[in-house]
Design a binder for this molecule. Sequence first.
Ligand code: CTP
Length: 400
Amino acid sequence: MRIILGITGGIAAYKSAELARLLANQGHRVRCILTEAGARFITPLTLTSLTGEPCYGANPDQGEWRASPSIEHIELARWADLVAVAPATANILGKAANGLASDLLSTVLLATRAPVLWAPAMNTGMWEHPAVQANMARLRSFGHAVVDPGEGGLACGEEGSGKLADVASIAEAIQAHGTPKLPILRGQRVLITAGPTREDLDPVRTLTNRSTGAMGIELARAFRDAGARVQLVLGGDLPAPWGVETVRVRSAQQMLEACEARWAESDGLLAAAAVADQRPGTPSSEKVKKGDGAETLVLVRTPDILARLSAARRPDQWVIGFAAESEKHLEHASAKLKKKGLDAVLVNDVQDGRAFGAQANTLTPVTAQGPHPPMGPLSKDQLARAVAQWWAHQLELRPD
Ligand code: CTP
């Protein structure tokens, strides 16, 4: 993506250097525009060194600087796939909300047709002021995205909201807002299960599996980026992705309840979780003591979340399951497709420990038409994007 990163005058401007570097490391081209006040906190040299691209805008000693004053704002506005402003002061928010263009950054913001994203940072009183909030509402009404500031100790000594959101969240929001949408997935409400479940034997022992949840989290990101409204029901310890409503669960029963509560309002389900098939028959509230000789653990089946939601689905809802198979992949997948009444099964080859925790992965879709060409080997984020694109294409082919 070609990103313009506007940096305005606030102490959080030092964090924009880290943001510029992170985005450049993710493979984006990043050109920074400094406002005059921004250039008092951070130098163009820092930013060009980190991004390998020119830095535009103000030089505090010489005022506004432009290489070719007449058209540079238009060229930059056209060059960008996305314009992000981080940190954004009350001043730039006010200008952009009211169509004012008095320097390079505000002019680019007015001229661009690219998506715009704001990461505000300011004193709590300023952030909460009705004028700033009215400006934020106006900017949102233009379709601009906002990464809300967090709470914490501010440089001015106050405690409260106004702290620049963390750099990783801003980078993720840029990815989400700047990715071209897949029209058929835009606005779809997609429920995704991800991660392992944990079934407690007693307060210290647990039955679980080797899934990390990484693939399900990447699917949540990919469907979010494609324009879907994603709800993620997540087991395990990985952090939740930005911009996805996430419910944390532990056991299969909790995962089922969280899914059932959301299923009626969803358009589709991706069941990527590695749900424990069994749980201890009689979990103990006290730590179980070891005994002499052989010991037997009695297990009972957990609910099959995918099968339950599929059985309760309306005709307009779609359901995709996953299968981790170590042999006869396609046969088992076809059987699962029929048995659980699914639209597709994405089959993962887990022989020799592949898939769980692996870097590159392959998924083969199986539908009622039979197997489709495999996707991969790809990294999990690329594979998740391939799945979103493949499924968007399948939805387009569906009869109404
Ligand atoms: N699944 C589920 N709830 C369960 C078990 C599985 O929702 N209690 C979902 C998984 O998220 C996945 C699919 O069902 O989408 C996997 O199907 P499953 O029949 O459990 O696959 P395996 O565990 O491989 O089955 P088997 O042991 O029969 O091979």
